[in-house]
Design a protein around this ligand. Structure first.
Ligand code: PXP
Length: 239
């Protein structure tokens, strides 16, 4: 019985392409909840290329499930998180020139820094998740830094070009999930998941929640946002 959390960044991407006020990610979030999503995610990037501060604040006031703020572990975002108080913060690496989040957090590079960031966020009663490559060492360091949850980066798996590659990359995710579970961490997964490649996760009940954005927004153009969310809710609820 896995849960779906819907990332509404790309609703904001369409809005920003015109620089006007629609489509509104806040309305999309409400529809996603009505369609069965159990969480809403937005990534407030330093360059504000899609989600805006106003979206985050309105989402905090309006959504009824769980708000997950994805952000870089930098001073500006830490202050915003402490002020807005989402239910959950997911720390992600961020590079201005990237199209989307490219890799997991390198906790190994700055373990003490992440420990301090986590304690400042948790001080406000916010849970913390680390977006991590399927790598046992990084997962163990995430636990050491105080993470409650690890979101396993599925981007590499999603980009597999054939069955063999997909199976090998999925096996790394399975091993990573097992090591996170042994450490007592809660487990999410996301990035690049769609209605087809997610089916392999049926065999991995350790993943409690999926964070999905692009494939849902893409499908919504054909079938509508509510139906696109419902289709994904239906898939993951059997996992
Ligand atoms: N999880 C994290 C940490 C992400 O950065 C993203 C992309 O914003 C997602 C999940 C969702 O990825 P996608 O849009 O490919 O479903």
């Amino acid at each position: 019985m896995a849960r779906l959390a819907v990332n509404v960044d790309h609703v904001a991407t369409v809005r920003q392409a015109r620089g006007i006020d629609e489509p509104d990610p806040v309305i999309a979030a409400g529809i996603a909840e009505l369609a069965g999503a159990e969480g809403i995610i937005c990534h407030l990037r330093e360059d504000r290329r899609h989600v805006q501060d106003r979206d985050l604040r309105l989402l905090r006031q309006t959504i009824k499930t769980k708000l997950n703020l994805e952000m870089a572990a930098v001073e500006e975002m830490i202050e915003i998180a402490r002020d807005v108080k989402p239910d959950l913060v997911t720390l992600v690496p961020e590079r201005r020139e990237e199209l989307t989040t490219e890799g997991g957090l390198d906790v190994k590079a700055k373990p003490e820094y992440y420990k301090d960031v986590v304690s400042r966020i948790k001080e406000k009663g916010i849970m913390v998740s680390f977006f991590i490559d399927p790598d046992a060492e990084q997962i163990s360091l995430a636990k050491g830094a105080g993470a409650d949850i690890v979101e396993i980066h599925t981007g590499h798996y999603s980009e597999a070009r054939n069955e063999k590659e997909a199976e090998e990359r999925f096996e790394r995710i399975v091993k990573a999930a097992e090591s996170a579970h042994e450490l007592g961490l809660k487990i999410s997964a996301g990035h690049g998941l769609n209605y087809v490649n997610i089916k392999r996760f049926r065999t991995l009940p350790l993943v409690e929640e999926y964070s999905i954005g692009h494939s849902i927004v893409a499908r919504s153009i054909y079938v509508g946002f509510e139906r696109a969310v419902k289709d994904m809710v239906e898939l993951v609820k059997d996992f």
